[in-house]
Design a protein around this ligand. Structure first.
Ligand SMILES: [Mg+2]
Length: 241
């Protein structure tokens, strides 16, 4: 009898590139569903009937947003309250997604399809979303199948710390020490660019979120894209940056 041993998580070669995708503003837009679900959760669970317009969310982690909201509105920062807020948000997110006019950003399905067929790239996530929120959004828009894991915003308030988590996760996944230089962070905000620098990664910025190409260019990403429309050009850019 021949017993085949298949290693979990086949190691990829040194020439391979690890692509860490942000979600909101990079792969998809929820049309504001995420923020509205948070506002509804705050109103229902903590009696804080206010819009969150005065709290920045782009490029932030959900943990960081949570900290800001709690301290601004005098909600005690405790594990119980964190849990209550997150559950309230996750409960409302699916309805908000279906009520708002979100969608995948231009070229995203084609790009993920093309990248997933290559053996020299590995796709993962580096997102400020709570883990369950991230999967809810990816599933809702039908692109969850391109990813198996990632670094999520439940863990840290600071995106730079999340990037370090992602790097450790990739080392674990590849069963060797992964260097920052093998990683490309892809995101739509200055915070994505900064967190890539924190781990010595290459960074590709895409101007499909709230920041313009000019604003992103000021932070000097290694590559700046207006969007992902031209699949061939984007793939070539990602592989040669
Ligand atoms: Mg984003």
């Amino acid at each position: 009898m021949v017993i085949e041993i298949i290693a979990e998580g086949e190691p990829i070669g040194m020439q391979s590139r690890i692509l860490l995708f942000d979600i909101d503003g990079t792969l998809l837009s929820t049309g504001g569903a995420g923020q509205i679900a948070m506002e509804q959760a705050l109103a229902a669970e903590f009696d804080v009937p206010m819009p969150m317009d005065n709290i920045p969310t782009a490029g932030r982690t959900d943990r960081g947003i949570e900290n800001d909201v709690f301290s601004r509105y005098g909600i005690e920062i405790s594990d119980a309250n964190r849990q209550r807020f997150m559950e309230g948000y996750l409960q409302r997110l699916p309805d908000c997604l279906s009520q708002l006019d979100g969608g995948l950003l231009p070229g995203v399905p084609q790009l993920l399809q093309s990248l997933s067929q290559r053996s020299d790239v590995y796709l993962s996530l580096l997102t400020g979303n709570y883990q369950r929120g991230a999967w809810t959004k990816l599933k809702y828009f039908g692109i969850d199948g391109f990813f198996t894991e990632g670094a999520f915003g439940d863990l840290h308030a600071d995106r730079d710390d999340l990037a370090r988590v992602a790097m450790d996760l990739m080392s674990e996944r590849m069963q060797r020490v992964v260097a920052g230089s093998e990683i490309i962070v892809i995101g739509d905000t200055p915070a994505d660019i900064r967190c890539a620098r924190a781990i010595g990664a290459t960074v590709v910025a895409v101007a499909t979120g709230i920041y313009s190409a000019e604003q992103l260019q000021e932070r000097q990403p290694d590559l700046l894209l207006t969007d992902f429309r031209d699949t061939e050009r984007v793939v070539s850019g990602l592989l040669n940056v």
